[in-house]
Write a protein that binds this ligand. Structure first.
Ligand code: TA6
Length: 295
């Protein structure tokens, strides 16, 4: 196969290889000119993204399971076709399935794009025939796109979400911007609906908020690490902000008791009132791009 000059240049700037990850689960390792990333086929789960000479962007629990029947704790779980625990399994089945690598391509300026597919599943009473593909582009930023196609003859109502876990220096030192004035469901207060009043949100207790009807870019300001993590999205109307704090962290077996101090979830999707109703033959696209900047 002859490579174009730019492609061969991209190939020299970026290396992709397969390896046996934790518990011998297959993973793909990407080393670009600017960053590194790891993606497990289990759940098409991005478990690592880090810019050179910077702290990791994504957080992983030291106690995470790597069991084909359990979700990985940390990174970016793919939540589909439902969010939350109203049905089993919690947060849907997509993050528990073995996805397949369908394509790998070098895109310009030394980035690489992976296309992964969720193997076809038999339709059920609640989930009609669909296809799901995930695109992951690794370079100066981490870009992801979840494309769901309704291949049935009926409406497909579902929720989708990139449940991103971010690494922070110290939960008490960071703040979150971009959500002022947005209505949210406070799941720590009987799902009361409230309006965000803070320009810079601080975390000082268990926090579990579903912000609705917002396509805003969110930033996590981290003064101790002198950086901002920018969470840009499209095709998403919901943003979830979650930190389990002390008691909930202690209740989770795959989450260290002290780990809440160095993580924060800012999740990008379409959940609750923002769930998607996809007509037959149509596709939806949920996009996320993560970047880091100085403070
Ligand atoms: O996104 C917030 C949330 O729904 C929390 O309520 C908490 O349950 C979290 O997701 C983690 O869910 P998981 O199933 O990954 O333990």
């Amino acid at each position: 196969m002859s490579l174009t000059r730019s492609q061969s240049k991209s190939e020299t700037l970026c290396r992709v290889f397969f390896s046996e990850g934790n518990n011998d689960l297959p993973k793909i390792v990407v080393n670009s000119a600017w960053s590194s990333a790891e993606i497990y086929l289990h759940g098409a789960h991005v478990t690592h993204f880090q810019k050179k000479n910077e702290p990791p962007v994504l957080w992983m629990s030291q106690l995470s399971n790597f069991d084909p029947k359990k979700p990985i704790r940390g990174g970016i779980p793919i939540i589909f076709p439902w969010f939350g625990g109203r049905k089993e399994p919690m947060h849907g089945f997509a993050r528990l399935q073995a996805w397949e690598l369908l394509e790998m391509s070098y895109v310009l300026d030394g980035c690489v794009q992976l296309r992964l597919g969720l193997p076809e599943m038999a339709p059920s009473a609640t989930v009609p025939a669909f296809s799901a593909e995930l695109f992951v582009t690794v370079g100066k930023t981490l870009a992801m796109e979840l494309v769901i196609t309704n291949s049935s003859k009926e409406n497909f109502v579902f929720e989708d979400c990139f449940h991103s876990y971010f690494a922070v220096s110290d939960i008490s030192a960071i703040s979150i911007t971009g959500l002022k004035g947005i209505t949210y469901i406070d799941t720590c207060d009987n799902r009361a609906q409230k309006v965000e009043s803070e320009e810079e949100i601080k975390i000082a207790a268990e926090t579990d908020r579903i912000y609705l009807n917002t396509s805003s870019t969110v930033e996590i300001l981290d003064p101790k690490w002198q950086r901002r993590i920018r969470v840009e999205k499209s095709g998403s109307l919901s943003t979830v902000v979650w930190n389990p704090w002390i008691a909930k962290a202690q209740r989770m077996s795959d989450f260290g008791d002290e780990e809440y101090l160095q993580m924060l979830c800012v999740e990008s999707g379409n959940v609750a009132e923002n769930m998607i109703s996809l007509p037959p033959g149509k596709s939806s696209s949920l996009r996320l791009e993560l970047s880091t900047l100085g403070l």
